[in-house]
Ligand binder design. Sequence first.
Ligand code: SAM
Length: 288
Amino acid sequence: MARSSLYRERQVSDLLPPLRDVIARHGLSASKALGQNFLFDEQLLARIAATPGDLKNRAVLEVGPGPGGLTRALLRAGARVTAIEMDRRCMPALAELATAFPGQLRVVEGDALTIDHNALMGEPYAVVANLPYNVGTALLVRWLGGEAWPPQWTSLTLMFQQEVAQRIVAQPDTPAYGRLAVLAQWRSTARLAMKVHRSAFTPPPKVMSAIVHLEPAAMPEGVPAGMLERLTAAAFGQRRKMLRQSLKSVAGALEALEVAKIDPQRRAETLSVAEFCAVVRHLSRLAR
Ligand code: SAM
């Protein structure tokens, strides 16, 4: 980076008031209903923003910027940020940030669960978000779903409760392994990037958190996403039962197990992601 531009970036960031002052000035008391737990530690926020790699000039979608702590870190990394925030009270603080980083920040007031992210972004984008806990899993399932692959997003860097993060990266034959692990790993790579202590948040939540980083990977051939979703929902809906029982409701599933040479006495949590894909591949062929 040229010296003058580095100097300009430092100057801009140094002009920003401390986040606690922003919150006090705009009366942004944390709302429990909106899942608001704010991060103030600028070093931690910079580490989160660095997780997807170099963001210079890249389009980034942030969900739930709140007073803008993570947003600042993304802007300092040179990203072009679109931030969706539901809480109208945060708009003046975010407008100040947009002024401090001209042309780099677009704020959309609304519910991230109902907005079409691909249409909003209109180009490939990285998602980076300290998600509200109550909507995090719903958004993740939506980003991971759909038949079209690779998706328009190039990576997901997301904060979850640690227990949910462990379910996303879990391996077979472990208590955390389930539907979320299969959906996250069958055509993406998913890794736990860092743990975040509850004391880093204001107010501190009851549980520990962790950042998960996902990137799209090659999609296995002949595996329709909707069919995989239905099969894993049935299999893990009764995870203590043998597959021959839990998959009874899925037409053709027992036959597909046989073709894939998977013992129907096994339980869902013992099947690898590749084995789930093999069953669905046969199921899809049988359905034709
Ligand atoms: N990014 C900030 C930080 O790291 O300090 C705030 C994170 S806070 C855990 C979650 C934020 O998401 C809040 O600002 C909340 O208002 C916002 N939010 C909650 N539900 C939302 C939704 N459905 N769509 C968009 N934003 C939402």
